[in-house]
Write a protein that binds this ligand. Structure first.
Ligand SMILES: Cc1cc2nc3c(=O)[nH]c(=O)nc-3n(C[C@H](O)[C@H](O)[C@H](O)COP(=O)(O)O)c2cc1C
Length: 150
């Protein structure tokens, strides 16, 4: 589905964090890959984009897209026993997609730590600090979505 939706077309965003309820490993973990596989195909069909951060103990996820689609996906996510204690940090109209290139990008603690070694100014990940979270995740993801240099 086209991901060009902007606010005038009802772009909506949800940002939440939650507590991991099953022992996940890193992004290569079979269970995380299973979540991403389902998430990416369903999100692509619905025009939902976003990013998922996991440090093994907590998830932070940003979902963006048409309001109905984002709310439908979030309803499934809320009912998912693989995490608990969901706290919604942001839920409402949005101006622009921050992760338009990703039907669900995955970022791990290890990736953030590695990026912090080359960029010590990388904002800390703190609850309710969406702008800092987006800045950090975007920085980590940037090398993966730019075309390879010649
Ligand atoms: C942390 C986490 C993030 C998830 N993110 C998504 C997502 O972005 N999109 C999605 O369709 N499902 C996502 N899921 C899976 C859903 O919870 C659900 O299993 C899936 O959408 C299938 O929906 P259903 O169980 O209502 O059939 C996520 C699950 C977890 C635990």
């Amino acid at each position: 589905m086209d991901v060009g939706t902007n606010r005038s077309e009802g772009l909506h965003r949800i940002v939440y964090d939650s507590v991991v309820a099953v022992p996940f490993g890193d992004a290569g973990d079979r269970d995380i890959r299973a979540i991403l596989e389902v998430a990416r195909s369903r999100n692509a069909a619905l025009g939902v984009t976003g990013a998922l951060f996991c440090d093994g103990a907590y998830f932070v996820q940003l979902l963006e897209g048409p309001a109905e689609a984002v709310e439908a996906v979030f309803a499934s996510i809320q009912a998912d026993p693989r995490h608990t204690d969901i706290r919604v940090m942001e839920r409402g109209p949005a101006e622009t997609r921050w992760f338009a290139a990703w039907h669900m990008a995955m970022v791990t603690e290890a990736q953030v730590a590695q990026m912090r070694r080359t960029n010590p100014d990388l904002p800390a990940l703190q609850p309710y600090r969406t702008a800092e979270l987006v800045a950090t995740l975007t920085e980590v993801l940037a090398p993966h979505w730019l075309p390879p240099r010649k």
